[in-house]
Design a protein around this ligand. Sequence first.
Ligand code: SF4
Length: 437
Amino acid sequence: MQYIVALTRHKGKGSVKQAVELSNSFKNLKPSDKVFIKPNIVFWAKVPFPKWGVITTSAVLCEVVELLKDYGVNDITIGEGIVTLKPNDKETANHAFEYLGYSTLAKRYGVKVVNIFDRTFEKVSLDNEIDISLNTDALHSDFLINLPVLKTHAQTVVSLGLKNLKGLLNIPSRKKFHNPDENKNLHYMISRLYTLLPKGATIIDGIYSLEHGPGFDGKPRKSDIIIASCDTLSSDIAGCMALGHKPQNVAYLQYAAKAKGRPIDGSDINVLGNTLDDIASYHEYTFPYTEDGTLPKKLHTMGVKGLSYPKYDMTMCTYCAALNGAILTAITFAWQGKPWDNVEVLTGKKMQPSKGKKYTILFGQCMVNLHKDNPDINAIPIKGCPPDPEEIVKAFHTAGIEVNPVIFENLDIAPSYFMERYKNKPEFDEGFYQIKV
Ligand code: SF4
């Protein structure tokens, strides 16, 4: 069997329609269908921050909604579950939906816009073994339109359609996905998730693509690519190649292909429109660390001594991942050239301490639980999930690393500092994330 994927250039309005028609992605869509659209809003802040390559453009979303209306579809829901550090924070999602123009779509076309954390979840079993809870609206829709961004991911190499669906899980299920069990790890879980949800279409938004994803600290490019297919795995294999990576090197794509008895090299995919050779360009995904993986290269180059901060692994989930970047930034500023006192920082759910460290900072409740009774370390715990920023500051100060508390007091506005990079670069156009009223 040959799977069809359309690979087209985005040249403004009409480009999504072209990709959808070329790939025949809406072939199974009926006007009476309940359609659920899942954009990717991996993060949101109420201050200006770089959205390019991070968040699905409103330009693509708006065109999808208009196409659906042209097909005669009336029951359309846009749903997303944005994770924030404050539990019960409803304001951030509302702000995102308003800013991105979803409220305008609601008024103009009668589209429903839902924060999945305000909705119900239904328990489903992954492989008859692991219970997870999925958003009911998406689960019981007739046609699911998946709108990921063309981006890389520090933990999973690429983050496309299969991974975007993780945003339909409730928080405990998302944590379960970052499983320390190697046989049922993050890659494995992602490879199975899409089989539990309704079929539909995947349209990868590559107006902006992203190196060093998935967040606002990555490096976006104006790529003007749209990839569409009614088969999510096929669109992801093509998307992975467009980002310059071999699908063979992405474990969750391998697992998903194997489960379907399909080749992983794209040989059963018929790419229409542009060719992958024309479009593919290499996007770096990983953050550089020293060869032994004990320190980010940047800190090593600065000459930092007396600190071991092993590279994040796949078990670290969103809350800790969001704070990890702030901690590394704070450490960068705290370095005064005097070696620290043999400190190690452990993250995620399975890291083991090195021998002979004076202090071992256990970052996050998972690390605290794993090593709380370890007699071989002088543990400094940072409890909680999410870990409390004040406790982070205290822990590092106890270990003699004078991180600046102001960085942690201003986590809400920190993303705006990254906007400096985009000054006088007109190709990074905020207009793609707005819908004219
Ligand atoms: S403490 Fe960190 S690693 Fe553990 S579940 Fe919470 S966010 Fe994930």
